[in-house]
Ligand binder design. Structure first.
Ligand SMILES: [Zn+2]
Length: 286
């Protein structure tokens, strides 16, 4: 049985959703909620042997709240990059991508005092049909974890096609049964489906030759709606859209949140935790 790896996409969901919906370009982050979520993650890790983890952080967090990034780094975790804003890289030119990437990396390096060698695109959205964005990425980091794969050969073939030294650390995504939806080893799927679904997904990931690796978010460790946008904040969208986003937010922030730590605890005990991604590239990356 393989060790289980955890990585966190460390982002302020409320800030990023508002930006996605055109409510603001940026605004003050919810530092108190981010700190509480980090502390819940740290408590979870300490309760399961104290393994360290990788935090893919948005640059805006490092820019606005460098102290929190410094603390996560000082407590032994890997600070990796989740882009500057939580934007769709596949809608940006390679030039804009390079500039935003550099802004994020500078802020993350300054705040953490660490070298930052890993990257994951927000929502896994980075163009994979042309190598331009990856060529830029390869200039600044050692590995990318934005590639969804059901089998290592897919990651190997894609890494080879890039002709750069960049390593690919894939996230497992597959259909557990012929008619079921495609599932990823991520917090959202883990929350919404029973534990047995994750058990099957981990087993098929291992059978394919990919050590189990689950990605999670700060909002999955709090069950009090700390990262939801209020009625007032959503009001400029108009009543219909605002109502829609209130329901969608409940899906992300409430449904299944209380059961997530329990489910995760089961897998952490069963497998043991594997630690930071950057220290395990030999097992995890291609
Ligand atoms: Zn994200």
């Amino acid at each position: 049985m393989s060790l289980l790896f955890l990585s966190i996409d460390f982002e302020d969901f409320s800030h990023d959703l508002g930006r996605d919906l055109g409510l603001w370009k940026t605004r003050p982050l919810r530092l108190e909620a981010l700190t509480r979520a980090y502390e819940a993650i740290e408590r979870f890790l300490q309760a399961h042997g104290g393994a360290r983890a990788t935090f893919f952080c948005t640059g805006i967090i490092a820019e606005q709240t460098p102290g929190l990034i410094a603390r996560i780094a000082a407590e032994g975790h890997e600070i990796a990059c989740h882009y500057h804003f939580h934007d769709h890289i596949d809608e940006e030119t390679p030039e804009a991508f390079g500039a935003n990437l550099l802004t994020a990396l500078k802020a993350l390096r300054a705040a953490s005092g660490q070298s930052v060698t890993g990257f994951r695109a927000p929502k896994f959205r980075i163009p994979q049909t042309s190598p331009a964005h990856y060529n830029i990425l390869a200039q600044y980091v050692d590995y990318d974890s934005s590639f969804l794969a059901a089998h290592p050969h897919q990651a190997k073939a894609f890494a080879a096609s890039l002709a750069t030294p960049l390593k690919l650390l894939p996230v497992y995504a597959a259909r557990p049964a012929a008619l079921s939806p495609k599932m990823r080893l991520g917090g959202t799927y883990m929350k919404l489906f029973p534990r047995a679904a994750t058990t099957r997904l981990i087993a098929s990931s291992e059978a394919a030759g990919l050590p189990p690796h689950i990605y999670l978010h700060p909002y999955e460790f709090l069950s009090d709606g700390s990262f939801t946008l209020s009625r007032k904040e959503l009001a400029p969208l108009g009543p219909a859209k605002a109502a829609y986003w209130r329901v969608r937010q409940a899906q992300w922030h409430t449904v299944g949140n209380r059961s997530l730590p329990q489910k995760l605890s089961h897998f952490a005990q069963h497998h043991g935790l594997g630690g930071r991604l950057d220290q395990n590239l030999q097992t995890l990356a291609f």
